[in-house]
Unconditional design. Structure first.
Length: 300
């Protein structure tokens, strides 16, 4: 089944969408992007897009930073996305990639006096971290705290360096510290620990990307399990002694961590809080929990 893309204000087959080699965003990383999940519910024969509104609010914040005036509202972007995904017709889990980028075909490092455009496409994508439990490592790469909170393409070079270092050293994922040496996040996920029955996660002032899955998990933990989340600096050494650890992200969902830097977390099995949150989370994103249906946009 072919993928489609909304490109230059039209929905066309994905393979027909091409950009010129001089496109500004390609040279200087001047684009903001998102990743949105469509989760297939076989019983309801429905595909649910998860928290589309929040993803587009974050995209528009990225556009503000990049001086991009897209001329689309969150509602416009939402409507276009549903249209593209419906046209694709996939009856399985998909990933949706919207990109707002500096489209002028002209050289020169800057943000001003450049045109911008937007495209969005969808494609089938199953597991991102293809493991039941991840083995992770703290990488040698640190990222600049100031702008890490937006999903800007240029920033992801640090994440790519960290991911490849982790994979080449035999791990499934890498954890990055921020410039102050505190734990920040995975290369495409936020990180949670369980310490003394509470969730602990790096705070916004650690320069992390404020993940939508992170927010979902914090809310589910509080509302459904009565488990509180403490947002604070996390020292690297705390990773080794936590009772449980897991990663959250649109692509990676909620992935338990079994080992960090070759030390077992707890007994190396999926911990009780992680397990409960994982079940709740999957139920919610697949549109099976009536209390959270406002987060799920049906495509068909
Ligand atoms: N941190 C980074 C660096 C990411 O790329 C992502 C994925 N967008 C996340 C955290 C998780 O964010 P979200 O839950 O909104 O996908």
């Amino acid at each position: 089944m072919p993928s489609y893309v909304y490109f230059k204000k039209q929905i066309i087959p994905l393979e027909q969408a091409k950009l010129g080699v001089m496109t500004h965003a390609l040279h200087y990383g001047t684009a903001a992007f998102e990743g949105i999940r469509g989760n297939w519910n076989a019983k309801k024969q429905q595909l649910y897009l998860f928290r589309v509104k929040e993803h587009y609010e974050r995209l528009l914040k990225g556009c503000k930073i990049l001086n991009i005036d897209l001329g689309y509202s969150v509602d416009d972007l939402n409507r276009i996305t549903v249209e593209v995904v419906r046209k694709c017709g996939f009856k399985e889990d998909v990933y949706v990639r919207p990109v707002a980028y500096k489209s002028t075909e002209q050289m020169g490092v800057r943000l001003h006096n450049l045109e911008a455009d937007f495209f969005v496409f969808a494609f089938p994508w199953g597991k991102y971290l293809d493991v039941e439990k991840a083995r992770v490592t703290v990488t040698s790469w640190r990222f600049p705290k100031e702008i890490a909170r937006a999903k800007l393409t240029g920033l992801y070079i640090t994440n790519a360096l960290a991911k490849t270092e982790a994979i080449e050293n035999g791990f499934d994922e890498g954890i990055m510290l921020n410039a102050d040496g505190y734990v920040a996040e995975g290369t495409g996920e936020n990180l949670f620990l369980v310490i003394d029955g509470k969730l602990v996660t790096p705070a916004s002032y650690d320069g992390i990307l404020m993940g939508i899955t992170r927010d979902t998990v914090i809310r589910l933990a509080k509302e459904e399990l009565g488990v509180e989340t403490i947002e604070r600096h996390v020292d690297r050494i705390e990773l080794y002694t936590a009772q449980e650890c897991f990663l959250t992200g649109t692509a990676a969902h909620l992935t338990p961590v079994a080992e960090i830097d070759r030390r077992k977390i707890g007994n190396g099995e999926i911990g009780p809080i992680t397990r409960k949150l994982q079940q709740l989370y999957f139920d919610v994103i697949q549109g099976n929990n009536p209390r959270y249906m406002e987060w799920c946009t049906p495509v068909f």
